[in-house]
Design a protein around this ligand. Structure first.
Ligand SMILES: *Cc1c(COP(=O)(O)O)cnc(C)c1O
Length: 378
């Protein structure tokens, strides 16, 4: 777009927009290095893959893909309403929760309006905000040496960033890429303090990984209390269906009605609809994934400690590791050993590397590759 005045004039609000940088695809790395058997720990995907029930549902319905899917997504909304104990009318389906975040920005933001989110917050908030010409009102995060939540969301700073202009607050709990979270009482007090004409989006993409005893909020429980609350969730993470692209929002039915009016009618495809319904019924797969992740977090943390490294606190399926040096060379060294991780310099964390928790074998391979890279850089 540089040196192209007419194009810059034509789409002014996106000229300063940095694109979302996804994890490097496995086959791309294997092609570039001429290797096989690389592993990807870069996008917080489920290392166990999709639920077998979801695979079966897709096979069963493959012959029906000449038909349009149900534009209302009734079957999936009904399954979600039942499983989450919410009203069907409160659900908006999306092509991934990124689609829902985008719908929220299109519905409530725009030129002259602002969205508040934290430093180090999920990148899509900034992209969706800027894409509709709204202002990103970025709140300072907690300091790097904070005892409980280094680099975590600072709710007081977020509240102070809300102005007359603000229409939306985005908050991921737990957050990606840091893994940090906000606790129940603090989040409740924060939402109660937000003016009622400002929507609060609580992005719970990783909530199914949170262990049950934690003082961790389930924002769905507050929907009746706060009509300006929107909770977003996804099938991409614990359900292992990232490639199908299904996420959803739960909100006041009138908010859902607004979002549904803006939605592309067939944003969730037929196979995705069937697979997600089946995945919702497969509690065993979710349980298996959660316990694999819990064991993996312990395993990787212990391995990092043996290397003299630490990671931020995390309630997700990933760790954000402090490399205490530019993480880029480490990322590069790991790539050459066939291990894809995620550098987070683009988030303002140039010394950190985010790694997804994999299977036990993948975690062990990551740790030994990391040791080799550290030795070679020492
Ligand atoms: C992965 C992730 C999502 C999910 O995105 P999808 O579009 O549903 O795949 C949403 N929010 C956060 C914070 C994430 O890390």
């Amino acid at each position: 777009m540089k040196n192209n005045p007419w194009l810059e004039r034509a789409c002014a609000q996106v000229s300063g927009l940095a694109p979302y940088v996804p994890g490097k695809p496995l086959d791309e790395l294997e092609r570039e290095l001429g290797i096989q058997g690389a592993i990807k720990l870069a996008s917080n995907e489920n290392p166990l893959g999709p639920s077998p029930a979801a695979l079966l549902a897709m096979r069963e319905h493959a012959a029906s893909v000449h038909l349009y899917p149900d534009g209302n997504g009734f079957k999936l909304k009904q399954a979600l309403a039942q499983s989450l104990n919410v009203a069907l009318e409160s659900i908006t389906l999306g092509n991934g929760s990124n689609d829902v975040l985008d719908l929220i920005a299109r519905a409530f933001l725009g030129a002259g309006r602002g969205a508040v989110f934290s430093e180090y917050a999920f990148a899509v908030y900034a992209i969706s905000t800027q894409a509709v010409g709204a202002t990103a009102q970025v709140a300072k995060a907690l300091p790097a040496d904070h005892a409980q939540q280094p680099y975590g969301h600072n709710l007081a700073a977020m509240r102070a960033s809300i102005t007359e202009q603000t229409r939306v607050v985005f908050l991921a709990n737990p957050n990606n890429p840091t893994g940090t979270w906000v606790e129940k009482d603090a989040l409740h007090t924060f939402i109660a303090s937000v003016p009622s004409d400002v929507l609060v989006v609580v992005d719970e993409a990783y909530i199914e990984f949170v262990d049950d005893d934690a003082d961790f909020p389930n924002a769905l429980a507050w929907l009746n209390e706060f009509p300006n609350l929107i909770v977003t969730r996804t099938f991409s993470k614990i359900h292992g269906l990232a490639g199908l692209r299904v996420g959803y929002a739960v909100s006041h039915p009138q908010v859902a009605e607004v979002l549904n009016r803006m939605r592309q009618p067939f944003n969730v495809n037929l196979l995705a609809m069937e697979a997600t319904c089946a995945a919702l019924g497969d509690a065993a797969h979710v349980r298996r994934t959660r316990s694999l992740n819990a064991a993996g977090l312990t395993h990787v943390r212990a391995g990092l400690a043996a290397l003299g490294l630490t990671a931020l606190p995390s309630m997700g399926n990933f760790l954000c590791i402090d490399m205490r040096r530019s993480a880029h060379a480490v990322y590069d060294g790991l790539l050459r050993l066939g291990v894809i991780t995620r550098p987070v310099a683009g988030y303002g964390l140039p010394h950190h590397l985010r790694v997804s928790i994999g299977t036990e074998a993948e975690n062990a391979r990551f740790l030994s590759a990391l040791q080799m890279v550290m030795d070679s850089l020492a």
